[in-house]
Design a binder for this molecule. Sequence first.
Ligand code: NI
Length: 228
Amino acid sequence: MLIAIPQVLDAQQLNAVRQLLDHAGPAWVDGRVTAGYQGAAVKFNQQIDERSAVAQQCQQIILEALERHPHFISAALPNTVYPPMFNRYGEGMTFGAHVDGSVRIHPHDGRKLRTDISATLFLSDPASYDGGELQIEDSYGMHAVKLAAGDMVIYPATSLHQVTPVTRGVRAACFFWVQSLVRDDTQRSILFDMDNAIQKLNQTNADEQARRTLIGCYHNLMRQWSEI
Ligand code: NI
């Protein structure tokens, strides 16, 4: 399930993150520092040093926005969110086809985190750069994603994906992974659809007993499928 989530960051949050990144200077490092064996050969970009103060300031803004975003919570059912990271692609930079690593070490407490969901939060106005499309393959084919600044896409971390070369301007983005309460993408999709339907019924004068039953089914499926 590939889901675009609009306006994860409002204009003020977006501006704050961009200001921090624009003035991050030496905190920008070669993107290959965190790439695994497969990724390192195809990764040509820059990213913010995870241990830098600017990374932590930006992470705080993003994590606060995610925690309050019902659409993200409903779609991702997050157990643990890996501290968001930040990258940029100048002209000629690219990240070739790869699948993200399945397990990552949480940089703060050393916990192992299973990457169920990959997320990219776009930070640059799409009119300000050419190329830099995120291309994601799933069983329905290839999807090209290039969203407005502040919008985010989430997709199963099992997907093969790449960022096409930037041919003009700079593409900055935030990216991270989620260990979901529900590791299976199909089960997460069902729960997401069900939650959306319940939200719609809540807004209409739907039959109260039927609505209550459906909400019960949602929670009982969550109980069946979630891992904590
Ligand atoms: Ni990736």
